[in-house]
Ligand binder design. Structure first.
Ligand code: TMP
Length: 220
């Protein structure tokens, strides 16, 4: 990557990590980050909902159970409000500077959770996606795929469950269906990894699947 007068001549890439509950996102996010850094890439790791002070405040509202729980439509709009701020303050500046952004969840989660699982209109989500994101889209996405019965069992071992994690298996079956349908719409963008395997097998597949794509895009 060449640099002149404070600008770079190539934009970075947005990579996203997706999956239902208990699929091992945190551990595997660290694995992907380490892989990118090992190839000398300047990486910005962030998450949704969150990634900015406003986004983290919205995350608090979204995850808390009780009287502040939003309706499904309010939830959708809060998620896109957080995303608008995240893109303006973090994602777009990083991409413009040629950095690679690794984001723990992005808009595919909105299609899966708010669209498929909550039953909100996929067309409405697509309209908000265009309005809020303009041309910002992930270049590459990883889906950690796991039957919800297994994921929920893993998630239940955590200290406290948030407002999404307390949803039942049917909800997460729809989340999974949503994610899998996203992968069939754009198969070239996705690496789908069976997260029921051992951590070593999952990470071997991540490295094997991501490395050629990364190498092909480092100088593009
Ligand atoms: P986390 O599990 O990655 O910490 O994310 C918190 C929750 O936010 C998770 O249960 C999924 C939910 N979520 C949505 O429902 N829609 C979205 O667009 C995003 C980014 C997350």
């Amino acid at each position: 990557m060449t640099e002149s007068a404070g600008t770079v001549d190539r934009r970075g890439h947005l990579l996203t990590l997706e999956g239902g509950e208990g699929v091992g996102k945190s551990t595997n996010l660290a694995c992907i980050e380490a892989l990118l850094r090992a190839h000398g890439l300047d990486v910005c790791v962030t998450r949704e909902p969150g990634g900015t002070p406003i986004g983290e405040a919205i995350r608090g509202l979204l995850l808390a159970e009780g009287p502040t729980a939003p309706s499904a439509m309010a939830e959708l709009l809060l998620i896109f409000a957080a995303r608008a701020q995240h893109i303006q303050d973090v994602i777009e500046p990083a991409l413009a500077a040629g950095r690679w952004v690794l984001c723990d969840r992005f808009t595919d989660a909105t299609y899966a959770y708010q669209g498929f699982a909550r039953g909100l209109s996929l067309d409405a989500i697509a309209t908000l996606e265009l309005l809020v994101q303009g041309q910002v889209r992930p270049s590459f996405s990883v889906l950690l795929d796991l039957p919800p019965s297994v994921g929920l069992e893993r998630a239940s071992q955590r200290a406290a469950l948030d407002r999404f994690e307390v949803e039942g298996e049917q909800f997460f079956n729809r989340v999974r269906e949503g994610y899998l349908s996203r992968t069939t719409l754009e198969p070239d963008r996705w690496l789908v990894v069976d997260a029921s395997q051992s951590l070593k097998q999952v990470q071997d597949q991540l490295i094997e699947g991501l490395t050629p794509w990364m190498q092909a895009h480092v100088d593009q």
